[in-house]
Design a protein around this ligand. Structure first.
Ligand code: ACM
Length: 263
């Protein structure tokens, strides 16, 4: 299968424009699975909870979910996209999986980063694994990377590809995701954005791009530039992620000394 990402440069608050420009990239990308960044339709830096609630959208009937569903149906593909999810009076920093028949599942970010804690409700969904075309996929969002239990749980549940919508501002994640892939023998796709936002005075955020696709052996199959909109996909074999043997005598799941670990 072909799996890839769109590295975007959203304009804060302009949902229609951001969705339509991502759709243009999706339309010209040859991929069965496409990952979009965290909060791809709204931008990142909300000033208040109220602003986030105003700009957030429900999965059912939301503009982003609707338009991405049309594209997934037309191209017979799966799309993972980060968005601000409205659920009653709460806003979640969420990721949706969309397939040819519409929304398949939603993951709400478990580990909120910095001021996100003032804006979003903490995720209350499980770390689920879904079938997407020929692969089993799991979703995590950006800062979830620093908690290795997230990728490990998805891998133990059978994920072959970890899809990670992101809005990275710290430099560590692209390198760390090589380890997340290697220690779990899974593919990972990190879709990041570029550009800067300073909607809160004194808090200027620069997003680092460098979206990437990593193989189960830790090799970086593709890494995007630190700036600029970019779309990329690679030919991958999800079944490679089913082999958890590192040597004939070491299986990374069976060898785990659970008797020594704090869980
Ligand atoms: C992040 O979790 N957006 C850094």
């Amino acid at each position: 299968m072909k799996a890839g990402f769109i590295q975007t440069h959203p304009e804060f608050g302009r949902i229609k424009e951001n969705v339509e420009s991502a759709l243009k990239e999706i339309d010209s990308l040859d991929a069965d699975l496409v990952v979009l960044p965290e909060l791809f339709s709204t931008g990142y830096q909300f000033r208040t909870k109220e602003e986030a609630l105003k700009l957030s959208e429900p999965v059912d009937g939301g503009y982003a979910a609707g338009r991405l569903s049309e594209a997934a149906k037309k191209k017979k593909i799966h799309i993972v996209a980060g968005f601000a999810e409205k659920a009653g009076k709460k806003t979640y920093n969420s990721s949706m999986l969309i397939g040819p028949r519409g929304v398949v599942g939603v993951y709400r970010k478990a580990h909120l980063f910095w001021n996100e804690k003032k804006i979003f409700s903490r995720g209350d969904t499980d770390l689920k694994v879904y079938r997407a075309g020929g692969a089993k996929i799991g979703m995590m969002i950006c800062f979830d990377w620093i908690f290795p239990e997230v990728a490990r749980t998805l891998a133990l549940r059978g994920a072959e590809i970890i899809c990670q919508p992101s809005n990275l501002v710290l430099p560590y994640c692209p390198q760390a995701m090589i380890t997340r892939s290697l220690e779990n023998r899974v593919f990972s796709i990190t879709a990041n954005r570029v550009g800067t936002e300073e909607r809160v005075r004194g808090t200027r955020l620069h997003f680092i791009g460098t979206s990437q696709i990593v193989a189960p052996n830790g090799s970086v199959l593709y890494r995007a530039a630190g700036d600029g909109v970019e779309a990329a996909s690679m030919d991958i074999k999800p079944e490679e992620a089913r082999d958890k043997d590192i040597t004939p005598m070491n299986n990374i799941f069976k060898d785990r000394r659970k008797d020594l670990f704090v869980l």
